[in-house]
Design a protein around this ligand. Structure first.
Ligand code: S3P
Length: 452
């Protein structure tokens, strides 16, 4: 014990589904090893479950979302052992050896898990039912079920299979060509995963490149994926178990990156962070806003299991608002809430457009960010496809308030980061913070360690 008082406190559970309170800080310093990447953890479990033999995953993110994916494979007959929270062993008889689950597969809050698993299970030799929590049951599923039906899948669900729960009557699939008009990595991945067990090759063309973890990881398990320009093509084939290391999650690192960037005098080091370029568009966005104090050092070896990673050293920068180029949005989509927090501490206005996908994330993030920022005294304007934020500069005059995260982990963490800029005597209460554990268990402890 160092006698330091926590600036971020938490009450779990209750009718608000968790509540955190944050007060302003003066200093940000230290070193953080961010937990494993959520997208890559899901994919390592999914491919490990589909592969024959033993798969060893290190750096696995033990968050609620990823644990649900692991549990689903246990229901499908895969033997799972966890030596410590972030090391997972999977023993599978391969895709053909998966067995019919005796219960509904519940993916909780995770759109990635349920959509990718639709692709995995559509071509299985058995029946399965996939569902999720209240938020997930409102999210659009036709973006994956429509192309899977073109491959021959038999999928039923409410609203003609547009929503969960979905019933999949496993059936042999045929490869297709699909244009990824939603600019969604989940859609692309669901189709490529289905293609692993379809007749003939399966191709997905992307108007804009989305995160490519699935394409990078399939060859690590012995499968074949080719990229030709903006088109990725997977060949059907048998996967073999292997060892995979999951780098730290850039999306989790982003909260601490912004925390250091907006705090005068800060000095923060983030280690082992995934630096896949399809994930890191926040860096050029912040650079365009004037962030000159982010130093990126690639690790040696530069990539593990196909994924680049490295260290970030961050200090304070005075930021200026910009019009965010819409072509950067898909590769910064999960970082828009924390970008909004940075924008609130910039000089001038930041405009984010071309981001309508934010309306169908874990919450309607455009509405959620606008309401939360307004509550603490930041002027915003809401658009159908984005928002603008009138920045208050590096010494913002934020006011204390009680804000709703809409049970959205990224809105909750972004408001905690912004709350560190409160003037003395003010505090922000954030509701719905139990959902932070879907992606970032340990967030509160790490934040308290680096702020004072
Ligand atoms: C993800 C893709 C993105 C992202 C989500 C994770 C993935 O969703 O927002 O948090 O792991 O494939 P979309 O594919 O819907 O854009």
């Amino acid at each position: 014990m160092d006698g330091k008082t926590d600036l971020l406190t938490e009450e779990k559970g209750g009718p608000d589904q968790g509540r955190m309170t944050i007060r302003g800080c003066r200093h940000v310093r230290g070193t953080v090893t961010v937990p494993g990447d959520k997208s890559i953890s899901h994919r390592s479990v999914i491919l490990g479950g589909m592969a024959e033999g033993t798969t060893r995953i290190t750096g696995f993110l033990p968050s609620d979302d990823c644990l649900n994916t692991l549990k689903a494979f246990q229901h499908l007959g895969v033997v799972v052992n966890r030596q410590e929270a972030s090391t997972v062993f999977m023993e599978s008889s391969g895709y053909q050896g998966l067995s019919e689950p005796s219960d509904v597969l519940d993916f909780g809050n995770s759109g990635t898990a349920v959509r990718l698993m639709c692709g995995v299970l559509a071509g299985a030799s058995f029946f399965s039912v996939l569902t999720g929590d209240k938020s997930l049951r409102t999210r659009p599923m036709a973006r994956v079920t429509d192309p899977l039906k073109k491959m021959g899948a038999r999928i039923d669900g409410p609203d003609q299979g547009k929503r969960l729960p979905l019933a999949l009557r496993g059936t042999p699939l045929s490869g297709i060509f699909h244009l990824n008009s939603h600019k969604s990595a989940q859609v692309k991945s669901a189709i490529l995963l289905a293609g692993l067990n379809a007749r003939g090759p399966t191709s997905v063309e992307e108007p804009v490149a989305t995160r490519d973890h699935t394409e990078r990881m399939i060859p690590v398990f012995g499968g074949t994926v080719h990229r030709d320009g903006q088109t990725a093509t997977v060949q059907p084939g048998i996967l073999k178990g292997c060892s995979v290391h999951v780098p730290g999650d850039f999306s989790s690192a982003a909260f601490f990156l912004v925390l250091a960037l907006i705090t005068p005098g800060s000095s923060l080091r983030l280690e082992g962070v995934g630096l896949n370029p399809t994930r890191t568009a926040l860096l050029p966005i912040l650079n365009a806003m004037g962030a000159r104090s982010i130093q990126v050092t690639p690790s040696d070896p530069a990539s593990i299991a196909g994924e680049p990673h490295g260290t970030l050293n961050i200090g304070f920068s005075e930021l200026s608002g910009i019009d965010v180029p819409p072509e950067w949005i898909p590769n910064a989509i999960d970082e828009i809430p924390v970008l909004a927090a940075a924008a609130a501490c910039a000089h001038g206005t930041t405009r984010i457009r071309g981001a309508a996908e934010l309306r169908v994330k874990e919450s309607d993030r455009i509405r959620g960010i606008c309401e939360a920022l307004s509550a603490v005294g930041v002027a915003v304007e809401e658009f159908p496809d984005g928002l603008s934020i009138r920045g208050q500069g590096p010494q913002p005059r934020l006011r204390g308030a009680l804000v709703q995260s809409l049970n959205d982990h990224r809105i909750a963490m972004s408001m905690a980061v912004l709350g560190t800029r409160l003037p003395a005597g003010e505090q922000i209460g954030i509701l719905g913070t139990d959902y932070i554990s879907t992606s970032f268990p340990g967030f509160r402890e790490i934040l308290n360690r680096v702020v004072s």
